[in-house]
Design a protein around this ligand. Structure first.
Ligand code: 5GP
Ligand code: MG
Ligand code: MG
Length: 183
């Protein structure tokens, strides 16, 4: 469904499905060139990155293995706790792999900086990050993110994989959640 179908629950549509898909083509071409001839592994961070992983992996011109990691730093609220817990670890040995972490959004950066440190100890040949969205004004730690889809304002957004209390992930667009929904 489209964000425009539930205007009462959202205050603004920030990125449309069309804009997302065009951006994925662009980043997919960069990634394909950057990783030509290399042993690439996509690692999606559950659950938010499910949509971006599905669409991004399918614009790539080569088949790539995908693995998933589930971490939680948010609980049910709208602010990062900074405390990262592994809910599901990788199935893949990262040794000598060129890892591209696929993330929905970088907010405080706390989750990703923790993940990067965790992955660095596992012997990967390289580790880079692709985040569909980034909130520059929310950064608490700097994260070196090679591929960024869209920089967005510091507001709580939902859609295209991003949830509030597990809802809204199946919106095709990214939109700002109306404060009355979580107040
Ligand atoms: P960070 O550690 O960078 O603050 O963010 C951790 C995770 O919190 C993100 O990967 C994402 O799943 C979730 N998150 C951050 N900002 C938002 C947001 O605006 N909306 C939603 N739904 N989730 C967010
Ligand atoms: Mg995430
Ligand atoms: Mg969430």
């Amino acid at each position: 469904m489209r964000a425009a179908d539930i205007p009462g629950e959202l205050t603004e549509i920030l990125v449309t499905e069309e804009q997302i898909l065009a951006k994925l083509e662009e980043i997919g071409a960069r990634v394909a060139a950057d990783y030509a001839g290399k042993d690439l592994l996509l690692v999606g961070v559950l659950k938010g990155a499910v949509m971006v992983m599905a669409d991004f992996s399918r614009v790539l011109p080569v088949t790539v293995p995908m693995d998933w990691m589930a971490v939680s730093s948010y609980g049910a609220g709208t602010k990062s706790s900074g405390v990262v817990q592994i809910r599901k670890d990788l199935d893949t040995d990262l040794h000598d792999k060129h890892v591209l972490i696929v993330e929905d959004i970088i907010d405080s950066g706390l989750t990703l900086s923790w993940l990067l440190e965790n992955f660095e100890s596992r012997g990967a040949a390289s580790i880079e990050v692709f985040a569909l969205l980034r909130k520059p004004d929310a950064a608490k730690v700097e994260v070196d993110c090679k591929y960024v889809g869209f920089d967005i304002p510091n507001e709580f957004v939902v859609g295209y994989g991003l949830d509030y209390a597990e809802c809204y992930r199946n919106l095709r667009d990214v939109a700002v959640l109306a404060p009355h929904v979580y107040a």
